[in-house]
Design a protein around this ligand. Structure first.
Ligand code: HQG
Length: 180
């Protein structure tokens, strides 16, 4: 399977497992899990060719480990990034160092006013290194990386979660913790 094809499937899985399962009449449970057999049959029904082997390849080779199977491989879900309301039962974690957020110039004025907001997703996404934040920001243009005083936020009672694929998540970042 070519990289281009696995990427195409990965993008489609991001759509149905994070944002719009109804696109293929799929149902996720309250924790964001889809039944693997159902996912495969509905994908095929809606014109996306998929079998278990390919699904496994996408999960294993995905650059950001976006998806995970449950233990017996009967269910699959996205590790983070949802806009639909699911409970991932994320573990609270303590950040011990600065975290970073990649964005673009046009949002800066509004971020100065409101801090970082989760916008359409369930959390604000932060990364532990500048390089990742640069990549996140460059999806939208020339990237700007903001440094977040996460240890101070934590000390002041803000909660942080670390997703299975090592993305730091929090509800919002008040502007006083952001270094522009
Ligand atoms: C911005 C991708 C105005 C924020 C990435 C961002 C990440 C504000 C955009 C993951 C704002 C939201 C998430 C405010 C935040 N006013 N704009 N007050 N607060 N913003 O896509 O962090 O490839 O929901 O800076 O790699 O860009 O999909 O969040 O630009 O990990 O797996 O509003 O998505 O991962 O955009 O990206 P997003 P994000 P995947």
């Amino acid at each position: 399977m070519k990289e281009k094809d696995t990427k195409n499937i990965s993008k489609f899985l991001s759509l149905v497992l994070r944002h719009a399962p109804e696109t293929i009449q799929l149902k996720l449970d309250e924790n964001g899990w889809a039944n693997v057999d159902e996912l495969i049959s509905k994908c095929n029904q809606f014109g996306k060719e998929l079998d278990f082997e390919l699904l496994e390849e996408v999960v294993v080779t995905n650059d950001k480990k976006r998806f995970a199977f449950n233990e017996d491989l009967s269910k699959i879900r996205a590790n983070q990034g949802h806009s639909i309301d699911v409970d991932l039962n994320l573990n609270e974690s303590q950040p011990t160092d600065f975290l970073y957020h990649g964005t673009v110039e046009k949002f800066i004025g509004s971020i100065i006013n409101d801090g970082l907001q989760k916008m359409s997703r369930q959390h604000v996404h932060l990364s532990k290194d500048i390089e990742t934040a640069l990549k996140v920001g460059s999806r939208r243009g020339k990237p700007i990386v903001l440094r977040i005083d996460a240890p101070k936020m934590f000390e002041n009672g803000c909660k942080f979660y670390l997703s299975e694929n090592n993305v730091w998540l929090t509800d919002n970042v008040p502007v006083k913790y952001i270094e522009f």
